[in-house]
Write a protein of this length. Structure first.
Ligand SMILES: N[C@@H](CCC(=O)N[C@@H](CS)C(=O)NCC(=O)O)C(=O)O
Length: 188
């Protein structure tokens, strides 16, 4: 039995849409922020963060949009919300989610500027700003792949460079810091 606690117009819509896309029966429980439904002791027992969404699976609560979408995609794998039998393609999903979350950060700033300060500068510059970040994420992904994968035509010089790159990474604090910064997300 699946029960979804959601609020119209909030990030819980992503889960709501996924459930409809899958076509599975679920019990929908609309929550009102105005009435502080998310702050009631009963709801806090399910989701101590006091946020929506929460998906209750046979009595067990699961929170966080990304985790719930991941669960639904795995459980209803025939709907192919995630690619099947392809680990690398599978990994692109959380990568895309992380990237989208970063873009939303810029977008929310731009929308706030627009409505609070009546300035469209943030919206006008949004694509350029978001794309610059996307390309840095693509660069990082390309760099990790070029260091860690074995390529059929990479031997001799290319293979030695890969090893040197790896050696530098594990022996230099600066190189490790750069990897960490890119891995968890570049600063805004
Ligand atoms: N990291 C959480 C964020 C959830 C979240 O921020 N939900 C908002 C709605 S978009 C909420 O419930 N806010 C209630 C409140 O702040 O009172 C997730 O991904 O599920």
């Amino acid at each position: 039995m699946l029960t979804l606690y959601f609020a119209p117009g909030s990030s819980s819509m992503a889960v709501h849409i996924a459930l409809h896309e899958i076509g599975v029966a679920f019990d929908g429980r609309p929550m009102s922020f105005k009435n502080n439904d998310v702050g009631s002791p009963g709801y806090l027992a399910l989701n101590p963060e006091g946020k929506v969404p929460t998906l209750v699976i046979d009595g067990r609560p699961l929170t966080e949009v990304a985790a719930i979408l991941f669960y639904l995609a795995k459980r209803f794998s025939d709907t192919e919300l995630l690619p099947r039998d392809d680990i690398e393609a599978d990994a692109q999903a959380p990568r895309g989610l992380n990237l989208a979350a970063s873009d939303v950060h810029y977008l929310s700033q731009a929308l706030r500027e627009y409505y609070d300060e009546k300035s469209s500068a943030g919206i006008d510059g949004y694509s350029e700003k978001a794309l610059a970040r996307v390309w840095k994420a693509v660069r990082f992904s390309w760099w990790m792949t070029s260091m860690l994968h074995r390529f059929p035509d990479t031997e001799g010089f290319g293979a030695r460079i890969q090893l040197a790159e790896l050696d530098y990474l594990v022996s230099s604090k600066a190189a490790s810091a750069s990897l960490s910064e890119n891995y968890v997300g570049l600063p805004y």
